[in-house]
Design a protein around this ligand. Sequence first.
Ligand SMILES: Cc1cc2nc3c(=O)[nH]c(=O)nc-3n(C[C@H](O)[C@H](O)[C@H](O)COP(=O)(O)OP(=O)(O)OC[C@H]3O[C@@H](n4cnc5c(N)ncnc54)[C@H](O)[C@@H]3O)c2cc1C
Length: 330
Amino acid sequence: MPALSHYHTFHLPAQCQALESFHDIKTALLLSQACDRFYLLGEGSNTIFIEDFNGTVLRNRITGIAASETGQSIQLRVGAGENWHQFVTYALEHGYHGMENLALIPGSVGASPIQNIGAYGVEVAHFIESVEYIELRTGASKTLPAQACRFGYRDSIFKHELAGKVLITHVNFSIPKAYTPVTSYGELAALTQPTPQHIYDEVIRVRQQKLPDPHVLGNAGSFFKNPVVSQATFDAIAARYSQVPGYPNDENGVKIPAAWLIDQLGFKGQQLGGVRCHPTQPLVLTNTGMATGQQVISLAKNIINAVSQEFGVVLEPEVRLVGREGLISL
Ligand SMILES: Cc1cc2nc3c(=O)[nH]c(=O)nc-3n(C[C@H](O)[C@H](O)[C@H](O)COP(=O)(O)OP(=O)(O)OC[C@H]3O[C@@H](n4cnc5c(N)ncnc54)[C@H](O)[C@@H]3O)c2cc1C
């Protein structure tokens, strides 16, 4: 049975029945239609294999970047198996500016629209023109314009109606030629007259300082999404915790940093077996080396229950947890 620990950034020692890679659509269809149960994998940075998976893991390696130009923007058609950070670097080096805030996010280009990756005040949806995918059951290929992708905070149609049914093969980006730096977030605000290169360098510096490197300490980035609550819920929390941070959310309501909620309850640095709530960023759970899937589930549930009891807010995982038969929920 192939080992999966090197194929997901949390590095739990799960196994699967078979592990296959594909570089083109035809092979992807043949492989997916030949097995009863499969899990599509990019780079495994948003996936934790909690236990052995009774199926085939299919790794997407469709690559290639094609650039063209219109009057106002640069169009980039990118293979879903390209590495996200390398793509951001490629864009910067070619003078296609704007995506620097998203530097160093692990993972593949094909997974980027799925949870609408975002960092430092920028979401990938801002640059996506359309997403190309194939329906795995029928083999039909479709191109979904960005407006139909229902992008939201760490959300899209690919997490709902299309979840598990399609393979994203290419993402079409449109990068405006007019460059507007986004420096409203955290450390970037200190930059004066920043160039795209400055933002890229600063984002990398800050991320390396704050977040554990998955090559050194297994983790899957933010374990939970930041909850979006009603104004009434936010006011009720603020009445007891006057310093609670809250940010207006596009989809109405107020977004509260999950890290703050978790921190109030003393989980920072707490360890359950081999799983630890990261001491400098409590939103990240790490594998200290000997973690088990059950310990991940237990610590995550402890955090969810404690936050729910104290604040009346239910945290949702941002990571995908994969069990014997596929995705599992907490
Ligand atoms: C240290 C660290 C920091 C992170 N920081 C951020 C951050 O700042 N912002 C942020 O938004 N995220 C962040 N993440 C999460 C992660 O980087 C993103 O979710 C990324 O897009 C996942 O890409 P992946 O290829 O590794 O996805 P995977 O984990 O391989 O897959 C994720 C999901 O997408 C599906 N999938 C993957 N590829 C395809 C495809 N081609 N077609 C259809 N379905 C597919 C999989 O089945 C799975 O359900 C971080 C993760 C880590 C480990």
